[in-house]
Design a protein around this ligand. Structure first.
Ligand code: HEC
Ligand code: HEC
Length: 168
């Protein structure tokens, strides 16, 4: 995907807020959808928040991992030659808890740290663009969660995976 300016995204990331699952659950449940039989290929039909731990694990393994492996390897085949649960979950993949966000991922500036996001954007433009235009929307879609946007600040965003830097 090509975008001419990443500034809107950087500004968007600014107000990304880390939210509890319950806040998102309420939000995700808001649009009344007719209960149709879920099509195996339609990720939007999954009810992530209410799935059992075992079902989540299975879905991660059969859908999220392979899809995101493709995306990360298309972005940087060499760095992400090895891509597994631990790439996202870190120690959560070995302790079996899979708790997110993962403190081993690079820490991101605080949501209100505009200068911090601008600096990150300048330092790692490709990574920030890949994260904002591929990883965030793709994982949100796979989990059937609304994506973070200025209109929906309860959505799935950066801080569902990354932790925040200590405040300055
Ligand atoms: C692309 C990144 C990514 C990869 C790869 C990934 N996961 Fe996840 N996983 C997530 C995110 C993000 C969440 C949290 C979603 C949310 O906000 O509820 C999650 C949540 C989970 C949960 C639920 C944890 C909880 O506290 O309820 C389990 C279990 C899980 N993942 C297992 C796995 C397994 C097993 C693998 C490897 C087969 C895997 N994941 C690979 C991103 C990833
Ligand atoms: C689904 C989980 C997930 C989400 C959502 C996510 N990231 Fe990441 N991010 C990762 C993973 C996995 C890596 C790779 C870490 C590694 O290379 O070991 C990463 C790496 C990065 C890096 C470092 C890249 C490098 O080359 O050093 C930056 C910067 C980053 N993410 C920013 C963001 C921003 C900004 C957002 C929100 C727009 C975001 N991420 C959303 C999982 C996520």
């Amino acid at each position: 995907m090509k975008i001419t300016s990443v500034l809107p995204f950087a500004l968007g990331a600014l107000v990304c807020v880390s939210l509890s699952s319950s806040a998102r659950a309420a939000d995700a449940g808001a649009p009344a959808q007719a209960p149709t039989a879920p099509a195996a290929t339609d990720a939007k039909k999954i009810d992530w928040e209410n799935m059992t731990e075992a079902a989540k694990k299975k879905y991660m393994k059969t859908t999220v991992l392979p899809e995101m492996k493709k995306a990360f390897q298309a972005y940087d085949a060499k760095t992400y030659k090895k891509f597994n649960c631990a790439t996202c979950h870190g120690d959560g993949a070995t302790d079996g808890k899979f708790k997110m966000p993962n403190p081993k991922l690079p820490k991101l500036p605080q949501p209100t740290d505009r200068a911090g996001f601008m600096a990150l954007q300048q330092k790692k433009p490709d990574a920030v663009k890949f994260m904002g235009t591929v990883v965030k929307p793709k994982v949100a879609e796979l989990l059937g969660l609304p994506e973070w946007s200025p209109q929906n600040t309860n959505g799935f965003g950066c801080y569902q995976c990354h932790t925040q830097e200590a405040s300055k």
